[in-house]
Unconditional design. Structure first.
Length: 413
């Protein structure tokens, strides 16, 4: 073996990470306008993704807050006297409203029940039997004045009946907007009346909306005492009481209400919690999430196609540069890594910008609606990664195409 003899083997070229970053940055800054347009698709896709999930979480939080506020201030009491004693009559006493309203924490309370009408007793605005004009099907509800107050009825026109009308068994009625539309009642200036089985009831108010018991909008509501005089007392188990309380007092009122109503037979009443719409809301929310996530995925696919197309065009434009690099010793994988780094950087940049725009959209909508914005940290953290993955996937084919360019062929172009 001879000393001093140099190794004649050619060392393979090395493409370090610092070189990758610098070359990729130079490639993007060389055509900034095209790079910005390339990243725009990812910006839209990721921004839509973040905005949809953020707005869904924000609205769900608002629904939960609203429901919690209503459920924490609402108590429903049912008459179950017949289940306890088959000979028992209606459980609610005449002064049920006053007894409950004396409890500390109660705001409004009232007894109500659906009036059972015969087949001949239709609701109309005509007193002539068999006259089908302005006649419609509508539920008739007997209710003490406290029910309308507890339901949070908001009037479109007129007023609600009070204890004065109830004590005198006045033939008055309050109708919902749905019933008013069916019967053709558009104004109260003409003192319209509805006829229930031929009996006239002066309409004194039209309810536009309610916080609770939305079925009142499709009902004719008459005073409890008037209904008892005409149709008699409710059948056992048909009556209920709606109670609204101050925040946090509902549970305590639920324990006290049966005893306050009937100290002799508190077991004649059953306290019923408000219906829980969370399951239905969850199903609707899941369907909307799937739909909007599909739209976000479509935006991401469009962004990926844009990145792939632009990167492929860049490969064709930079064929001479690629050939020169290959002639100077760059390997095929070096070219692949460089173009993947460029497309991945554009995707990550688009993901960051899209995440920022999505979060700003959620905050802006929440501010306008006076809501509390909710964006899960996982969503904000995953969005830029999704952008990066989109860029890498979009750059696979152009990078593979660039790596297959032969130096001699590239230099001849």
């Amino acid at each position: 073996m001879r000393r001093g003899r140099r190794d004649s083997r050619v060392r393979p070229s090395v493409f370090g990470w610092r070189d990758v970053l610098s070359e990729s940055l130079a490639g993007m800054l060389q055509r900034p306008g095209r790079s910005a347009l390339t990243a725009l698709g990812t910006v839209l896709g990721v921004g839509t993704f973040v905005a949809i999930l953020g707005l869904t979480a924000t609205t769900s939080s608002q629904i939960d807050t609203r429901f919690n506020a209503l459920s924490a201030t609402e108590v429903t009491v049912e008459d179950v006297a017949r289940e306890r004693n088959e000979f028992a009559g209606p459980a609610f006493p005449k002064d049920a409203d006053a007894r409950i309203e004396r409890l500390n924490g109660v705001e409004h309370a009232g007894v109500f029940w659906p009036v059972r009408l015969s087949a001949e007793e239709a609701v109309s605005t005509s007193a002539v039997a068999g006259d089908r004009r302005n006649q419609g099907t509508a539920d008739v509800v007997a209710a003490s004045p406290g029910v309308l107050a507890a339901a949070g009825a908001r009037l479109a026109e007129g007023r609600l009946y009070d204890s004065f009308a109830s004590d005198r068994e006045a033939p008055v009625a309050v109708i919902g907007t749905g019933v008013a539309d069916r019967l053709g009642i558009t104004t109260l200036e003409t003192n319209p009346a509805v006829f229930i089985g031929g009996r006239p009831f002066t309409v004194i108010g039209i309810v536009a909306d309610t916080e609770r018991k939305a079925d009142l909008l499709m009902s004719v509501v008459v005073p409890r005492t008037t209904a008892e005089r005409i149709w008699g007392e409710p059948t056992s188990g048909g009556a209920r009481m709606l109670v609204t309380t101050r925040l946090g007092a509902a549970q305590q009122i639920g324990h006290e209400a049966p005893t306050a109503l009937r100290p002799d037979h508190p077991e004649y009443f059953k306290v019923v919690p408000p219906p829980n719409p969370k399951m239905l809301r969850g199903q609707v929310g899941d369907d909307l999430n799937r739909l909007f996530l599909l739209l976000a995925a479509i935006c991401l696919v469009i962004g990926a196609v844009g990145i792939a197309n632009t990167t492929l065009v860049a490969v064709l434009e930079r064929t001479g540069e690629i050939g020169l690099r290959r002639a100077l010793g760059a390997r095929g994988r070096h070219i692949t890594v460089q173009f993947l780094a460029e497309s991945g950087a554009l995707g990550a940049l688009g993901g960051l910008v899209g995440t920022s725009l999505g979060v700003l959209t959620v905050v802006a909508v929440a501010v306008v609606r006076d809501w509390t914005p909710v964006v899960h940290p996982v969503t904000a953290a995953a969005a830029p990664v999704i952008g990066l993955a989109t860029g890498l996937v979009a750059g696979l084919y152009p990078a593979w195409r660039a790596a297959r360019i032969q130096p001699a062929e590239a230099l001849r172009r």
